[in-house]
Each structure stands twice: as C-alpha cells, then as structure tokens.
Design a protein around this ligand. Structure first.
Ligand SMILES: Nc1ncnc2c1ncn2[C@@H]1O[C@H](COP(=O)(O)OP(=O)(O)O)[C@@H](O)[C@H]1O
Ligand SMILES: [Mg+2]
Length: 307
C-alpha cells in the first residue's frame, strides 16, 4: 500500500505538481487540501483533527505549502491544526512552530539576534511618538529606514523612508510599526541572495537583482546563478536552525563592507525562480528529506520496538 501525504495549499500550481511527482517517486500519493477545509472535532471516538478525505486515518505526513491569510482567529485555527497534527504524531513539514515564528517578522528578527546572527537594527512598537523619534534619529545619522508589515510577504507593503518629509509615510501596519535600518548592498544596482536550506544544508543559492531596492522575484527581480560561498551558506544554515526549520528560504544582503546580513527567513519559500537558475530538483530534495527523516525512520523504530 502506498503512503499518503497531504499538501496544505490553496493554490497547488507548479510547486504542487513538482511535490506530487517527487512524493510519487518515493511511493507516496499526495492530496491537496486547504487548511480552510480542516476542522477540530472534539468528540469521543473521532480523530480530533478532521482533514477532508482523511476522516478515518490521518496521513503519513503533511507538507505545508500555504497558510491562508485571514483574521487573527482564522490564522490561529490554521496553526492549531498544524500543532494538533504534530501532537497526534503526524510529521508536519515545516511545523506550526517554525511557521508561526517566521511569518512574524518581529519574532524572526528577535530570534536571529538572540542566536548572535547578523540582522539589521530593528524596532517593533505601537507608540507613534516613539516610532517618529526612532525614524528621525536614524535619518539624522544618515540611515534610511524600511517599514514592513509584521505578516507581509513578497515585498507587499514595504516602504523606504529616506528623508524627514517621508515621515508622512510612517504609518503603522495593523497598528504596529516594524522599522528596520536599510542595508545598502554591495556592488552595482540592487541585489540580495536567496539561500535554500534543507535539513541544515544549503542546497541552492541565487542572486536576485531587483528593479529597485525591493529584490523579490514576485516584484520582477531577475534570478542569477552564482557559486555558493561557504560563508553565506554557514549564515543561512544557522538562520534556519535559529528558527528550528526543516527547510527555509533565507534572504541575505551583502552590505557595502562585504558583511552578510540576514533579512528574512521564509518557512514556506517558493523555488520556481531558484530552479530556473540552478540544476537541482528542490522538490525531490524536500520529499526525500521529509520521507527519510520523518516517515521511514519512524516506521523503522516501530518495527524495532515491536520485534
Ligand atoms: N533592511 C533592509 N535593507 C535593505 N533591503 C531590504 C531590507 N529589508 C527588506 N529589504 C528588501 O526588501 C525585500 C523584501 O523584504 P523581506 O523582509 O524579505 O520581506 P518579504 O516577506 O515581503 O519578502 C528584500 O528581499 C530586500 O530586497
Ligand atoms: Mg523576503
């Protein structure tokens, strides 16, 4: 009998197809399910997490390709489902804890700093007067500032504050100011690096060359193949470790002085752009890692325990 994997996503697309093929090669059938369709059902005799199509037996593992946005309550429910599955011994890749800490840019910055890793100066607060003071102080000292939504992705809602009159743009996002010192990148134009880490190994890297200082591929940045410098690989692996991720897409900028600085650690990174410039099947590596570390070794332990 083949194993069964649930891929949580609302938009399977290219990544869904790649993962399905990679899991199929390992003998696993994948099903796409939206987290919006899952339930907690606290009733005697029932599996307390209901995944459509898996009411009678939970899958061998779940791969999280997308967590929908929504109200705080909706997002908490999606995370509850991921946490509950893990407590029911279903491998969750990446798990709810890694996802909740990395979708929250404040916690990401805190954890990176706590781990002693290089990340830009950052302030996260509610108070407007304090936010203005911080911004004025940075501008006076010759630094630009970036403001970001706490839960943003793909460059959404990010602004750059360059001069005092820009303070007009200093608005909170859903009540919270996330202010970060802008890092001027090395070299000509605008670029940063995306390092893909799986199980504490940097498996691929690309340079993203933005049309402006926003280097997201979804904002038109061009992907370029480059060699993996061991120094950047080391930082990326440490970043994924600091956030306890099975796999991660780590955004890193090299500053004018040549130092690498971690901008973001993504727990649900895309890899289509990356694969257009590297000769690696990311889906194959992800599927193999999940199956080898979380499914095969568990069945092996069970067999050993029974025999
Ligand atoms: N502190 C910063 N200094 C310089 N560029 C930045 C900084 N923060 C973000 N950027 C630019 O904006 C892009 C998006 O920021 P990021 O924090 O990765 O958010 P998102 O989740 O939207 O991708 C980065 O890839 C980088 O090009
Ligand atoms: Mg990013």
């Amino acid at each position: 009998m083949s194993g069964r994997i649930v891929i949580f996503t609302d938009d399977p697309g290219w990544h869904g197809k790649e993962l399905t093929q990679a899991f199929a090669k390992l003998g696993f059938i994948s099903s796409f399910v939206s987290l919006t369709e899952c339930k907690l059902s606290i009733e005697p005799g029932l599996i307390p997490v209901i995944i459509p199509g898996f009411e009678h037996a939970l899958p061998d593992a779940v791969f999280v390709r997308g967590v929908p946005g929504g109200s705080l309550e909706e997002v908490v429910l999606y995370l509850d489902i991921l946490h509950a599955l893990k407590l029911l011994n279903v491998p969750v890749y990446n798990d709810g804890r890694a996802i909740e800490r990395s979708v929250d840019k404040a916690m990401t910055s805190f954890l990176l700093h706590q781990a002693g890793l290089p990340t830009p100066l950052t302030w996260v607060l509610r108070n407007r007067v304090d936010a203005i003071h911080i911004a004025e102080d940075q501008l006076k000292n010759g630094h630009y500032l970036i403001t970001k939504p706490l839960f943003g992705s793909q460059g959404e809602g990010i602004r750059r504050i360059e001069k005092m009159t820009d303070l007009f743009w200093l608005t909170p996002s859903n009540g919270v100011y996330y202010l970060q010192r802008f890092v001027h990148c090395a070299g000509d134009g605008f670029s940063d690096y995306r390092v893909f880490v799986i199980n504490n190994r940097a498996v691929a890297i690309m340079r993203r060359r933005g049309k402006s200082w926003l280097n997201n591929v979804s904002r038109g940045a061009v992907c370029e193949a480059i060699d993996l410098d061991p120094a950047i690989a080391d930082i990326a692996v440490k970043a994924a470790k600091a956030l306890a991720m099975d796999y991660a897409g780590v955004d890193i900028i090299q500053d004018k002085a040549g130092q690498y600085t971690i901008i973001e650690v993504n727990s649900i990174p895309a890899w289509k752009g990356l694969e257009s410039v590297v000769n690696t099947s990311i889906a194959t590596l992800l599927a193999e890692d999940l199956v080898n570390r979380y499914i095969k070794c568990v069945s092996h332990e069970t067999i050993v325990a029974v025999s």
